[in-house]
Design a protein around this ligand. Sequence first.
Ligand code: AKB
Length: 304
Amino acid sequence: MDRILITGALGQLGVEFIKYFKKYNLFVLATDVRNPKKKLNCTFENADVLDKNRIDSLVKKYDINIIYHLVAILSANGEKNPFNSWKLNMDSFQNIAEIAVENRIKKVFWPSSIAVFGTESKLELVTQNPLMNPSTIYGITKLAGEKLIDYYFKRFGLDIRSLRFPGIISTETQPGGGTTDYIIEMLNAAKKENDYCCFLSENTELPMMFIDDAIESAIKLMSVNRADLSISGSYNVTGFSITPNQLISEIQSNGFKTSVNFKPDFRQQIADSWPKKIDDSVSRNDWGWKPKFRLKESIEIALK
Ligand code: AKB
């Protein structure tokens, strides 16, 4: 029986993973440095993943055999304090890897990101293995993590599985400090009939994915035989691509009024170094990935 530890459990992905696992009555230990604002439907421990001894003792105490390690400082926040971002993103990754090896954890899920790509990655349609020159410290930590996944698998047989997530559209928990966050901010502004000032220019195209697809993709990847996986780093996945202007049209066609003005800031440069579209055919071929939620449907649900 799987006994799952989720780190960074109160973030955008964590709360949705908890909901998913609880549907199947699995044991979940959620950890975070924050305390939950409302009661969680699972065991919770306040714990800092940088404190290796504490996480190690929780893994032993709760007899954990699967880890979803979701802690990260995202792209835009990362640029505000790159040293701190490297420390949190990499030291937490290393702690989890060591704990996983020492406690014979069956499998680890760790999200990578489209931030691993860069201006040399042929951004119109980014394939699985292009040249990668990430422009942010966040992207650099994700690329370093991808290399470590491969190394730890060959060196210790540690089974870490990973997806390069695009922007995630969630309705319950907000993202924090990312470059793709504009999409949720604009949707929320439309729902509240507020004006919105967009930090990316109107035609900036970026790949996105609806939260249910993000969760499904991770669960599916975690469930297949390792032998079927041709990639030992991280897989491309995507739902659809969208620009702020297309989002405005979608919001309006759902009957909402929007008043959006554009004031691109430092995040524009980050977005300009990221893919416009993602080729996820290797995921489709290796483990049967197929998104369920397309652009129109995702925006419609997010506006409810
Ligand atoms: C970000 O914008 O930093 C994240 C990501 C694409 O990894 N949402």
